[in-house]
Design a protein around this ligand. Structure first.
Ligand SMILES: [Zn+2]
Length: 422
C-alpha cells in the first residue's frame, strides 16, 4: 500500500515536473502571444494583399555612342532603360514594379556626358502617364525643380521631354527629392541625440531592411497615452515625409510646450514603413508587390505585421492607450482624410486642431471624411484602438518652405490642445 502511494506520488511529481509545468508555461506564452498581437479586422471593402511578384529593375550604367550616359546605381533610383533616339533626343524608360498600380510614376537616375552638350530627354512611362515635375541636383542633397519652359508634354500628353544642358559632371534627375533609407537613418540618428528620443529597430522588411522606430517621451513611459506617427508607406511620397520631419522637430524642441507634451505623452514614430519600396525606387508597393496601406486587416506583409504587433505589444506592456494616429502621405494637393466614426478619446480635438492650423496658415482646411472602408492605416487606428486616425496628405508640388511651416504649426497646435487635456 505504502509502495503504491509512493509510486503515485512519483507519478504526480513526474507529471508536475515534466508535463504540467510545460503545459502551464506553454499556455501562458500562448495567451501572451495572443494578447500581444494586433487583431485581425474585417473591413467593409477588403483588399487581397497576399504577396505578388515584382519586376526588379536591372541596376546598370547605360552608355550611348553619343557620349551621353545614365545610371541607376544608387538606392532610391528608378530607371528601366536609356537609349539614343535621334539627333539630340534621348529616352529614359520608367516602368512600375508591378501592375495594376495607381498613377505615381516615380523616377530617379544620374546623367552625364563625355563633353558638354545640350540634349532633349523624353521620360517614357510605357502605358502610364507623367505626374511628378522633374527636379535636378548636382549633389543628391539640394534639389531644384526644372523651370517649366524646359519641360514640354509630348503630343499625346502622356510623357514629357526635358531640355537639359549636360556637362561632364554627373547630375541627378528625379520626380521628387531622393530620400532613401540612408538619408532617413541619418535623420533618425540626428534626432536621437536628444535625451528624450530613443532610436531602435523593431523588425525587418521582406528583404531584410530595418524597420525603425523613434520613441519619444520624458520620465516614466508607463501609462502614458500614445500618439502614433507613420510615414513612407508609399515610396515617392516625399512631401509627406518633409512635413513629418518638421512636425517631429517641433515635438522634440526645447519649448516649454514641447517639454510639457513629452512629459505627458509618448510618441511612436515609424519614419520609413516601406524601406524596400523606397530603396528599390518603387512607385507604390513593397517588395511583396503590395500597397502596404491596404494591408491593415490581415497583415499579410511582414512590415505591417511587425509594426502593428509592436504597437499593440507596447501599448499593453505599458498599460497605455493609443489616442491618435497620424499617417503622412502625398497626393495632388493638401488634404486630410479622416474617419466619420467618433473616436473613443480626444473627441472634438480634430475639429479644433484642423481649423486652428488652417486659420494660422491662412488656408482652407481641406478635410475629407469617410466611413472606415478599405484597410488603410487611419481605419486600422480606429478599429484596433478606437482612436482618431488621420491620413495627412501634402501636395506633390506644395512649396517646400510652406510644407515646413505647416508641419511646425500642426505640431504646435496639436501639443497646445493635448497638453491641456486632463
Ligand atoms: Zn500615400
Amino acid at each position: 500500500m505504502e509502495q503504491a502511494a509512493s509510486s503515485l506520488i512519483s507519478i504526480i511529481s513526474f507529471m508536475k515536473n515534466y508535463l504540467v509545468l510545460p503545459i502551464v508555461i506553454a499556455s501562458f506564452l500562448l495567451s501572451c502571444c495572443n494578447t500581444y498581437r494586433a487583431k485581425e479586422h474585417e473591413f467593409p471593402k477588403p483588399v487581397d494583399t497576399t504577396t505578388k511578384p515584382i519586376q526588379l529593375q536591372e541596376k546598370k550604367v547605360y552608355r550611348t555612342e553619343q557620349g551621353v550616359h545614365a545610371d541607376n546605381m544608387f538606392d532610391g533610383a528608378r530607371l528601366n532603360g536609356f537609349i539614343h533616339v535621334k539627333q539630340d533626343l534621348f529616352q529614359a524608360t520608367i516602368s512600375p514594379e508591378n501592375t495594376p498600380i495607381n498613377k505615381s510614376p516615380y523616377y530617379a537616375f544620374r546623367l552625364w556626358a563625355t563633353e558638354p552638350t545640350q540634349i532633349k530627354l523624353e521620360l517614357n512611362y510605357t502605358e502610364h502617364s507623367h505626374r511628378y515635375p522633374p527636379k535636378m541636383s548636382t549633389d543628391g542633397i539640394n534639389w531644384e525643380q526644372f523651370d517649366s519652359k524646359f519641360v514640354k508634354r509630348t503630343s499625346d500628353s502622356i510623357n514629357v521631354i526635358i531640355a537639359i544642358d549636360l556637362t561632364t559632371d554627373t547630375i541627378y534627375i528625379a520626380g521628387q527629392e531622393v530620400q532613401n533609407s540612408s538619408h532617413v537613418k541619418a535623420w533618425c540618428k540626428d534626432k536621437a541625440r536628444h535625451e528624450d528620443v530613443y532610436f531602435s529597430t523593431i523588425g525587418h522588411s521582406k528583404l531584410g531592411r530595418k524597420l525603425w522606430l523613434l520613441d519619444m517621451y520624458s520620465g516614466d513611459k508607463q501609462k502614458k497615452d500614445i500618439i502614433i506617427i507613420m510615414c513612407r508607406q508609399h515610396p515617392p511620397e516625399v512631401t509627406g515625409y518633409l512635413a513629418m520631419q518638421a512636425f517631429i522637430d517641433e515635438v522634440i524642441s526645447s519649448s516649454p510646450l514641447a517639454e510639457g507634451f513629452r512629459d505627458k505623452y509618448r510618441i511612436l514614430v515609424f519614419p520609413l514603413m516601406n524601406p524596400d519600396g523606397v530603396d528599390l525606387g518603387h512607385w507604390r508597393h513593397n517588395a511583396g508587390g503590395i500597397d502596404p496601406n491596404r494591408d491593415w486587416a490581415y497583415y499579410h506583409q511582414p512590415e505591417n505585421r511587425q509594426i502593428a504587433d509592436f504597437i499593440v505589444r507596447t501599448t499593453k506592456k505599458n498599460k497605455s492607450k493609443v489616442i491618435f494616429g497620424l499617417d503622412f502621405h502625398s497626393t495632388y494637393h493638401d488634404v486630410y482624410y479622416t474617419n466619420n466614426e467618433t473616436p473613443a478619446h480626444i473627441q472634438g480635438f480634430k475639429e479644433y486642431w484642423l481649423s486652428e492650423v488652417g486659420r494660422i496658415l491662412g488656408e482652407e482646411s481641406n478635410e475629407k471624411p469617410s466611413n472606415v472602408g478599405a484597410p488603410v492605416s487611419k481605419g486600422w487606428i480606429y478599429r484596433q484602438f478606437g482612436a482618431l486616425g488621420i491620413t495627412y496628405e501634402i501636395g506633390d508640388s506644395t512649396p517646400r518652405d510652406f510644407i515646413k511651416e505647416k508641419g511646425q504649426v500642426s505640431a504646435i497646435e496639436m501639443m497646445k490642445l493635448l497638453v491641456l487635456r486632463k
